[in-house]
Design a protein around this ligand. Sequence first.
Ligand code: FUC
Length: 912
Amino acid sequence: MARRTRAYAGVAVLCAALGLSGMVPASADDPVSATPAHERELPPHRLWYEEPATSWEDEGLPIGNGHLGGVVFGTVDVERVQFNEKTLWTGGPAPGRDYTNGNWTSPRPDALADARRLIEENGEVEPEAIAELLGQSKTGYGSYSTFGELRLDVGDVGAVDDYVRDLDIDDGVASVAYTADGVRYTREFFASYPDGVLVARLSADEPGALSVDVSQTIPDGRSNTEVTVDGARLTVAGNLDDNGLRFESQVHVTADGGTVGAGEEAVMVENADAVTIVLGAGTDYSDEYPEYRGDDPHERVTDVVDAAADSSYQQLRDAHVADHRDLFDRVALDIGQELPGIPTDQLLDGYASGTLEAPHARYLETLYTQYGRYLLVASSRPGSLPANLQGVWAEGTSNPWSADYHVNINLQMNYWPAEVMNLAETAGPLHEFIDALRAPGRVSAGEMFDASGWVVHNETNPYGYTGVHDWPTAFWFPEANGWLSRHLWEHYLFTQDDEFLADTAYPIMKGASEFWLDFLVEDPRDGTLVVSPSYSPEHGPYTAGAAMSQQVVWDLLTTTTAAAEELDVDEEFRATLRETLDQLDPGLRIGSWGQLQEWKEDIDDPGDRHRHVSHLYALHPGNQIAPETTPEYAEAAEVSLNARGDGGTGWSKAWKINFWARLLDGDRAHTMLREQLTGSTLPNLWDTHPPFQIDGNFGGTAGVGEMLVQSHVGVIDVLPALPSAWAGGSVDGLRARGGFTVGASWRAGMPTEVRLSSDESGEVSLRSEMFTAPVRVYRENGRPVEHSTDGDVLTFATSAGANYRIVPQVRVDIERPDDARRPGSSVPVSVELSAPDRRAVPATGASVEVPDGWSAEPESVRMRAVPPRGSATAEFTVNVPDDAADATHPLSVEVRADEWTIRVPVPVEVHR
Ligand code: FUC
């Protein structure tokens, strides 16, 4: 068998076995185009099943518009659509409740000092002892709650054929179809952001075939509930028992043909051709400290539902699909996936058991990656609360961990994909939520710790719960203010939005920094400034100066300084920050077994498999550690990560994808993606902790982003952690810090083209192996762009709004026999040089370098200039000496022009 070795950018790649034909981007020969370059139309992104859902959590299909969420069961006789509205929360201020936002109900002037003394005296303190001093039982925390179920009762349908239910995440539409009595019935469901409603549509291929009773269930825990049916409108309104929160939902039913009438607590449709149902819902919640109450939802809900009821189904659908696609279509990922002909649950099973064809496994990986983007669009849109532990979907009135906002990783992880995966707008709700935490957080900081600025602990709710509770291993995490602040800074880095930095990000970052300026203490062990009490989530002892605490605070003070510099404000404050940073323990230590220490003392247990890997915050999401800038710490992080192992709960595996990507190990990142899909993903592709917890979906999607592009150390690293399982492909639409959109096509793991759009004028540096050999940079008008290279880094000046493409100047393909050669035989080696674009390659020479005792004929040849898009070849014969050992011998082919040299290894295996 002949093997082809191909080099772009001077690095050899073995292609023949990889079946790469068909992966060349359509624009490879077209220097004018810098836009997405897919040779083929990508397979649709669709989850589908052959049975109705029996379990909400495992099988239900989610739709959402940030405010409203629906989970479609696809049950035939009575369709169930469980729905949520993001603000329907128990807890918070309520008549007769002394709600303190988690702050101590009575002053504890000595508590903090006592906790610090205990730590100073003992070094390590049991969590229970600290919880005893600083904790307090939860009051008024509440839970996110279901609104109820929309029920579409079509009567006893009897046996059905050709049942299918699906979720088309390209369009954001779920559907159900079946045949009964020879009639084909179809249902569609979506949640519209532009129209603010959930929409259901029933249709049939025979006129008059649809009769349905439309109703809504009312969960427990409601009072003053009124259900009214007025013609085609069903209204349910009342108050939550727990806190009096006012809620209201309205359902409007429109039929094409047939009749619509009011029934007992239901709208009844008889003999229609098609039926459209719109649902709006709201509460009187408002994200305003301290009352957290706004207007009665009646008028708002009425207006929204009236407007939607006046639109045709097609108008609603078109507006929704356009809105959804505007966000969703920004990223296109092609890793050579092919559409499998099996339902998604079987696909997932096949993936886990390793029985899928590789292109079908890759289909699941792209579907999963894009599903994270779908879920973010569905659960976080401007004006809504941010995505909670279950996004916007929750089945019960009291949900796992309240379906709240855990801020010792989970809420942050929800937003990891927002920037890199080109959905920056979806992060708006997070920014507003953090902003709203400042008012209660300032009171917590002042009352509890006599500190300025603002603080929040381990978890919070929409009612500004910034104080504490008393679960010893998960209540203390004031560093959350820093970790949250990082998201605002990152948004600025990605968007370069100066106004956002000045008006939103900086005041929040500054407030968080002020807290730490007051809260840090001097460590008697070495005089550095440390966090105390400090707790590495959610295990080990309480100590002073655990790695994560220090890294988060270091990160916060560093980025706040940078932000103030950028804005040219607060000179004095900047100086204080710098002084503090000089004295701050940065939280980076390499321990006795080569690990990155999780605590300031070297007490890490190599057998510790805890799901939190907090001490690697500096590697991801932080950038204090990177293989390029701090190789020793990166190595230590790798030791720690290996010790933690590849297990963990859903979100923990997702984090590990990101870690390995940041360590530039694509295969290991891919292993973690496999782990997540195999052990922590439900049939509806929701991540499971267990139970269902959406952070893992978002972390997984972000991890794929980190595998494809990174930009956290000042250079845009293109395909930094590409796994060998994704040998060929293309991606477009990823975002990089500095205001860039990045795309690339690759074959055999090596870019064949890199695409870049620049929001601003300035200089850009990109890193890729591709740049170690000559490349050309073109603007969209076909004009070449001057650039310089330094090793694998390429730098050039960009103009605002311009598009660029970077292509290899020359491609080298080498063909030789792949099988083992006997001593005394000869090996034909053929070298093909081609010019992939419309510029010629200058005259070159090619030679074969052989080990001592070997020979090549000829040793070297001159090759003529290669015309644009043309090629030239040279043939060699390599003679294997009679005494060649059984081994793989290091041959190489060298091709050189005046300004560059490409050396391609072509090892030859000798076998007697
Ligand atoms: C963190 C995790 C738990 C869980 C909870 C919601 O505290 O440690 O495992 O995911 O969040």
